[in-house]
Design a protein around this ligand. Structure first.
Ligand code: ADP
Length: 498
């Protein structure tokens, strides 16, 4: 992927072309001069080059952020908020360009995914822009001769590392609250999808002083590792795999730096016998994120179906899912785009092969992708469902990050909940029933940071989002998330008797 020789680039029309990485308000190349070539996974073509940043680039970015911090933290919060609102407006004005860029670099379909992500990112800036006044402290009643109060102060330089699956949404979720609270930021974009994040940085840079937001582009261990271990970083915010989350947490432990982790999932969906209906099938398709190739940490990839409706529900699901159109992410007609890269594509295919090889598992629909024809021109995979095995095989335990759903039969409610909780993950969950009492009892019994009843939607600004167990630590997306993750409390106690 790394190259210094000119590569023929063929970006899609109306997409953002990068100018370098953003350090101290300027667009610059990497210190080494090396670049990373970015691929369009829907066509397997090279579309752009970005700097290949390493430890020296991290150093420059941290220095720029350090310089910017003293004055940024003293900007009156409401004024910082107003800047975020202006960024939201400027992003909205360029939603289409951002959406096309996301579709081109991630393979996520423009109509069903990328456009919504670009709009949501602008909305995240708007939401946090309106919250600047809420960075309030408290007074402590210690008697008439003492004034004791708390202040919410920024932490300083935040080191943020984001993945490729929803890069702009996940980037906005860190940039907006961190800056609102008066922090400065060094963000490492994912090596597979940095372009729309650079575009978001470009827009943000028009409104905030140099060095307040720095975005660098490099590989995981080399660049992300240097950022996580930099002694001047005062807070780490990471979204990605549980495996790398542990590495980040170890780096944080070395320096007693607070850390937020939004990690993997293997989220259960429990379908009750009264939900054998079209709305529940549509909801399951949404919850499984089939139109995002299921490259989502909240994908409801373990479906616990009541035995009375097992076959009828699967038949309905097959009819609806196989009607979805897989194809060029930039084509408005496509419902489903492509997997991000060859590595993930190969990994997903191996899981499918594993399912096909098991004589005790039944392929309901889907399977391996075609080796010839238009779908072989990109990393396209087929939505796939396996049935008849229990909760204990590899496909039901490991995060596949691809469109492979396992259907597991249940008859006893307590057993269904026990199986749902039998995972080291606990990010999201879904419950499907008309019986609201049952639905809510299940929602309360499931060990997950987010349970949806009778819907399978995505996150909305305002909800505290984050995982239980090995799915993460801390919450983002909300006012509480901003206060807990991006501020520290100081107590000031004053003797009034003097
Ligand atoms: P994914 O499988 O979704 O790519 P990763 O956890 O591997 O998830 O990557 C998420 C982000 O973490 C990416 O920006 C990646 O470059 C970065 N990353 C990967 N390995 C490391 C590491 N050892 N240290 C710091 N960052 C890393």
């Amino acid at each position: 992927m790394d190259t210094v020789t000119p590569t023929k680039l063929s970006p899609a029309s109306g997409t953002y072309q990068p100018k370098g990485q953003l350090i101290g308000g300027k667009w610059i190349g990497s210190v080494s001069g090396k670049v990373i070539t970015i691929e369009n996974p829907g066509k397997k073509t090279s579309i752009a080059q970005v700097p290949h940043a390493g430890a020296a680039d991290v150093e420059l970015a941290v220095t720029a952020a350090e310089k910017a911090f003293p004055s940024w933290k003293n900007v009156v919060p409401r004024e910082r908020g107003k800047l975020l609102l202006k960024i939201a407006e400027a992003m909205e004005a360029r939603v289409e360009e951002m959406a096309r860029t996301i579709a081109m670099e991630t393979g996520n379909a423009l109509r069903t995914q990328a456009r919504g992500e670009a709009k949501l990112a602008a909305d995240i800036f708007r939401y946090f822009g309106g919250l600047a006044s809420e960075l309030k402290g408290e007074t402590v009643p210690l008697g008439e001769s003492v004034l004791s109060y708390t202040r919410r102060e920024p932490l300083g330089i935040v080191g943020a590392i984001i993945p490729w699956n929803a890069p702009v949404m996940l980037g906005a979720l860190k940039i907006a609250p961190a800056l609102c609270a008066g922090n400065v930021l060094v963000m490492k974009a994912a090596e597979d999808a940095p372009l729309a994040v650079l575009m978001m940085a470009d827009i943000t840079n028009e409104f905030v002083p140099p060095g307040v937001l720095n975005v660098i582009t490099g590989y995981g261990e080399e660049c992300g590792g240097a950022l996580a271990n930099h002694p001047k970083i005062r807070k780490l915010s990471f979204t990605g795999s549980t495996e790398v989350g542990k590495v980040i947490m170890r780096a944080a432990a070395e320096r007693i730096v607070p850390v937020s982790l939004e990690l993997g999932g293997k989220s259960p969906s429990i379908v009750y016998p009264d939900a054998d209906e079209d709305w529940a099938v549509d909801g399951i398709i949404n919850a499984m994120r089939f139109t995002r190739q299921s490259q989502s940490c909240t994908a409801g990839s373990r479906m616990f179906l009541h035995e009375d409706i097992f076959d009828s529900f699967l038949a309905k699901l097959e009819k609806k899912v196989t009607a979805l159109k897989i194809g060029d992410p930039l084509d408005e007609a496509s419902d489903i785009g492509s997997i991000i890269n060859n590595k993930q594509y190969t990994k997903v295919c191996k899981y499918v092969q594993d399912g096909l090889d098991r004589s005790d598992a039944r392929l309901v629909f889907g399977g391996l992708p075609p080796k010839t024809g238009p779908l072989s021109e990109g990393y396209f995979t087929m939505p796939t469902v396996f049935a008849d095995r229990s909760n204990d095989w590899r496909l039901a335990r490991e995060e596949i990050f691809g469109p492979v759903l396992v259907a597991i039969r249940w008859s006893d409610e307590a057993e269904a909940i026990r199986m749902a909780n039998e995972s080291h993950y606990g990010l999201a969950a879904y419950v499907w029933t008309h019986n609201i009492g049952k639905g809510l009892r299940a929602a309360h019994a499931i060990e997950s940071g987010w349970v949806q009843v009778n819907q399978g939607g995505g996150q909305t600004p305002g909800m505290s989002y984050g995982g239980y167990k090995q799915s993460g630590l801390g919450r983002e997306f909300s006012l509480e998330g901003m206060l807990d993750s991006f501020t520290q409390r100081k107590s000031v106690t004053v003797n009034l008797a003097v």
